[in-house]
Design a protein around this ligand. Sequence first.
Ligand SMILES: *[C@@H]1O[C@H](CO)[C@@H](O)[C@H](O)[C@H]1NC(C)=O
Ligand SMILES: *[C@@H]1O[C@H](CO)[C@@H](O)[C@H](O)[C@H]1NC(C)=O
Ligand SMILES: *[C@@H]1O[C@H](CO)[C@@H](O)[C@H](O)[C@H]1NC(C)=O
Ligand SMILES: CC(=O)N[C@H]1CO[C@H](CO)[C@@H](O)[C@@H]1O
Length: 490
Amino acid sequence: MVAGLTALSAALLAAVVQANPPGYGGSSGPTIKVDTNCKYQEYDGTGVSEAFQRGLVIHELNAAAQNLVLDFLFTTKGAGMTILRNGLGSATSDPFDLMKSIAPVAPASNSSALNFIPLPREDEYQVWLSHQAISRGVNTIYADAWSADGYMKTNGTDSYGGYLCGVTGTSCASGDWRQSYANKIVKYIQDYAANGITVKYVGFLNEPDLNTTYASMQSDGRQAADFIEVLYPTLAKAGLKTQIACCDGSGWQQNRERLTGIQLAGDENKLGLVTAHGYSDYPSYPFNTTKHVWQTEWSTFDPINYAWYSGGNGFQNKIYAEFKMPLYAPSQPPLSHTCRQLRQESLPMFYATCEFEIRLRRTRIGPTYRMKRFMISDENALFVHNTEPKYVATVRHLLFTFEEDPRPLADGPACCLQLGEGGDYNLQLPGPEVSRDPSFDELANEARSQAGAAVRRLVARIVARPEKDKLRREDFFELCEAIALEFKFG
Ligand SMILES: *[C@@H]1O[C@H](CO)[C@@H](O)[C@H](O)[C@H]1NC(C)=O
Ligand SMILES: *[C@@H]1O[C@H](CO)[C@@H](O)[C@H](O)[C@H]1NC(C)=O
Ligand SMILES: *[C@@H]1O[C@H](CO)[C@@H](O)[C@H](O)[C@H]1NC(C)=O
Ligand SMILES: CC(=O)N[C@H]1CO[C@H](CO)[C@@H](O)[C@@H]1O
């Protein structure tokens, strides 16, 4: 059947190609004029970050290699980046890749002056890097804090999430630290100014929807607004023109929620910039804001491939691999692209009968990054976002499998769901598994039962919906998150 469809579509394609009027593609083709004065969208630039001591790593290269890297990053010999995102440190010390704070030692109280120290190692060589970048054409420095200092937070450390003391929902014995955090951010910007560097935008959060093992601070939109209401006048009082950027959510939807919270609190006018990442949720429809929006991070976390650019086998293999893997997988069948009637008849059948495989990817980056993420592969996220909700609603068979990245996670599928008519469903989750290290068995089984319960709760909600409105886009991501609970202890 599949081969038959492909042959049919190939024949149709050949017919379409032959039907093209002569002249197209030849030297006598139409003339296209590009009017560079006609602007459809404002573009602020393209940027890079060397936070977590990557600036220091570049500084350690010999002079020739340094220049090569810097020229490739910041001049049109290479990528010609015009924005640099620096990390505003929150750690108490700076071994490995940690970014040390300019106020690492807690003051006597939340109302005492902070114990400022000079920029540690000139801000882990980010001052040096900023100078290098600016001299090559960078025009925008964006400083972003991954967290406040531990003593300003509910959990006493700059890592493992936690909240800024003083925002809605917190009650810290040590009081309200919002003013101290704002003072620290102002001092950091002044330190850069003293080095001749203008910080144009400053952010006080990074992925506030996540609790991670490295510097992280959680915040919803209301809580972000609570701090913006202190930071904004503090910047103004110091005579700084630096504008506030928020919130570097781990995905588009996560950031949309925070922006909405800021808007509801009436504080959108205090923002200079809206920033979001693409990991947990693919950048999709625009935010409802007149502020400029930057996508400040995103990656497929593919293993580093040093041969990607070399005209040899590496490049060819890469292209081949990408063709082999349907980019918008699972994509619509060629038959559905032939004519409107066939499209209308074939698509509902296609979505209702096919089993859709969603690949889950766990990633860690480098031993010192200590990062662990769990997400739907980019291709599958694209599929979810590019499929009309009315078709997503008719999907009945879902298979969640693991992508081996960087090592196998488990044998067999993570979850298999089939929705029948009238609320029937069949759900398969992996059974108990004996790990190689028996001391983990108990934790692993506990995690598995938590994940199983979360998946069942979600499935119950899906099943309760009317037949025409079963699956929704967000279900895919919520199922991924529920399954990920199983690996909390991994
Ligand atoms: C963050 O995660 C750690 C490890 O899972 C946990 O111990 C801690 O309670 C979490 N913190 C918050 C604020 O949720
Ligand atoms: C310190 O915390 C107390 C209690 O929340 C608060 O009343 C006070 O305003 C805070 N001090 C500063 C400088 O914000
Ligand atoms: C967009 O924001 C404006 C206020 O700035 C609001 O009136 C409008 O309802 C919002 N639209 C949507 C779709 O949320
Ligand atoms: C020192 C401290 O307050 N640690 C807290 C960090 O946050 C977790 C979760 O909110 C608490 O359980 C810890 O007590």
